[in-house]
Design a protein around this ligand. Sequence first.
Ligand code: ADP
Ligand code: MG
Length: 618
Amino acid sequence: MAKISINLATGSFQKEEIIVGIDLGTTNSLVAFINPDKNPQVINDSGKGVLVPSVVYFNNQNEAVVGNEAKEFLTTDPSNTIFSVKRLLGRSYKDVADHAATFSYKIIDDDTDALVKIQAGNRFYTPIELSAEILKELKARAEHALKTPVNRAVITVPAYFNDSQRQATRDAGKLAGLDVMRIVNEPTAASLAYGIGLDPSQQKTIAVYDLGGGTFDVSILQIQNGIFEVLATNGNTYLGGDDFDRAILEYWIAQNKLEVTALAQNNVLMQTLRLQAEAAKKALSSQNLYNEKVGEIWCTLDRQTFEQLIAAKVEETITACKNALKDADLSANDIDEVILVGGSTRTPYVKQAVEHFFGKKPQDNINPDEVVALGAAIQADVLAGNRSDILLLDVTPLSLGIETMGGLMDVIIARNSKVPTKAGRQYTTSVDGQVNMKISVYQGERDLVKENRKLAEFDLKGIPAMPAGLPKVDINFLLNADGILTVQAIELRSGVKQEIEITPSYGLSDDTVEKMLLDSIEHAQSDVQQRMLIEARSEGEQLQYTAERFIEKHAEHLTEAEIAETKTHIEALKTALGSQDKDTILKKADELNEFTRPFAERVMDAAISTAMKGKKIE
Ligand code: ADP
Ligand code: MG
């Protein structure tokens, strides 16, 4: 849907509203768009620079300052300067507790299972609100540079982000006043920027190696028919260019024989040295020697020494590449292209290590810290309908389903289904005249819903009163490309309908997913037995109900003896239902069924002919 908007600055019409692409990074964020020449371009508003440090500072009026300006407060006012907020998006305190010490601001830990909050000044902020501040800054810069309102965006996230983190990113966009058209995986965006996957006839397997400021990940993607599928991801969310800076800093401290405890107390000097270390690292990407002085401290470093300092960290990333290939069941030879992403891949030693491991020269023509945003802009262009469509595929980690009779899990979308996906099933009522139906949505692999994770519950109300089994209730699950689930229930005879939206993995950590999977394997056998018992019981109860209603309603067509014997069979079934023995239940149910069948048919015929008498058949 292309909208027509008016460019407020020039008064001219702009035919299509621009959808921007945003790389919301841990260290740096940036925004890109497709320029009038149809090429992706990063936005550099008034020469402020392309990269906006992902740092938010709150001054004593609780006003947010974002980017380079905020970064300066890291030393002078660390408790009110929030960095790396992306690590906290969609996470609980429990998820981040191991690393809580690395944050210089206060993360609230009262409820370790709930999503985290951060304190700055006398206020509390959610990571969503903080990310929204960064997004607002990017939106403002884009609007200023492009001289047009920017309301729609594609935002990228790491491939390993779970649904909760994706939803949080989407919410941050909404809060910043952006209509988030799609959440796209960073490696997918990077491949798009290199034009890989734009041609639907292309089939390729690629590796995206992304080494940023504080995080590392490698993704193996398969691209086929314009569809991007993540085969595997691996990495370390606490490994990146910051570690290189730290290694340099420690080296200088040793070289200059600096007093560590004294230094630790001198925040300003520490920060100056840290910035100097980063400058040295960057310089060594294009020269062989760095030589500066900070006061009396010699900040000297040559490339070879630098490479020795970072060798172990780089080796760690290569091990992750190995593991990713293994998970994808591939070898390095199977990889058609390797793409470098993240500012830290500018370091020649990193490039060489990647080239050596994969046995081919990686793609590095596009600035590695801009490539993701550029790709996001291309994806935005696709969504705007300006390019042939491209689908992005992911899989859902756990099965999704609803509770049916006896507390059983009825899976509607199976685990590992590719998203987006759609599935549905038809249900009916179990009691005559039932007008409401409770729909409880669960996630997990166990046969009993009580062992799974409840996501939501709602009532389909206003089903017209009908005999049990007659209403037809369609339950449809639609899981979209961002992992958001819409559950719709509709009674087909009356058209009554109810719908809810759920984010299946909000607050669900990878560890929990893993535990849920392991539990299901461990309990597979007992689960099956329980399921069979419950199914037998439900069947028995349903039959008991129907039989009781039957003799009550149709007493006039039955003999005393038939009624008495039916009651005896019902009693026998009731006794069996009280037991744990599925075979006895099924046997008694069968006997009741067999006994009543002949006269049930007789009564039905009679009832139908009575009913027909009063009605004309048109
Ligand atoms: P993120 O994706 O984590 O937000 P970026 O991709 O922007 O981060 O990468 C930031 C990192 O890249 C920082 O550690 C920065 O020092 C490093 N970096 C930037 N330029 C260079 C360079 N020329 N040489 C080496 N490292 C660099
Ligand atoms: Mg990045």
